[in-house]
Design a protein around this ligand. Structure first.
Ligand code: S3P
Length: 166
């Protein structure tokens, strides 16, 4: 079985992906990390050098390279569900989980520390909340195509495991 975590930057896809993989004894794949390993630079640098369109094309290609993986939990980048047929592809090849959080909670998390995410570089406070509110409104109908929608505050590894195995 394959499980894909989707949702906005900062919602916890990597953290919860890893926890669920441990709980199910599955492999864990972080697509952003695979991307950076493949291209040999950071996503921020790749954006600067090649632009967002090239990034979207390659991240979608890397998603589809998981086709033959078995028993794997995959965390995806926050924009991936919006492009091409990625959401449909994930649902056809496994189950997807949208980790839902409010813009205020996402902003609070994303404002902590130094970000490496190109879309929010230099954005803080109210500007960050406004950006997230607008972007999330654009993206949410894609995220909501997920097989499961979970409240990002209330879940546990056991509740996630139950969701995907019942
Ligand atoms: C992006 C989210 C990032 C990364 C890239 C673009 C987005 O992944 O793929 O910076 O468009 O929301 P995370 O959601 O893992 O931060």
């Amino acid at each position: 079985m394959k499980i894909f975590f989707v949702g906005f930057m900062g919602c916890g896809k990597t953290t919860w992906g890893r926890k669920l993989a441990n709980r199910l004894e599955y492999d864990f794949v972080d697509l952003d990390k695979v991307f950076e390993e493949k291209v040999g630079t950071s996503i921020t640098q790749y954006f600067e050098e090649h632009g967002q369109d090239a990034f979207r094309l390659l991240e979608s290609k890397i998603l589809k390279e998981t086709e033959y993986a078995e028993n794997v939990v995959v965390s995806t980048g926050g924009g991936l569900p919006v492009f091409f047929d990625n959401m449909e592809w994930m649902n056809a090849n496994g189950q997807s989980i949208y980790i839902k959080l409010t813009p205020a909670t996402l902003a609070e998390r994303l404002d902590k520390g130094k970000t490496t995410r190109p879309l929010i570089l230099g954005k803080h406070g109210e500007e960050l909340v406004a950006f997230i509110t607008e972007k999330l409104a654009e993206r949410e109908s894609f995220y909501e195509k997920a097989t499961h929608i979970v409240n990002g505050i209330e879940m546990t590894p056991d509740s996630l495991a139950e969701l995907v195995t019942k």
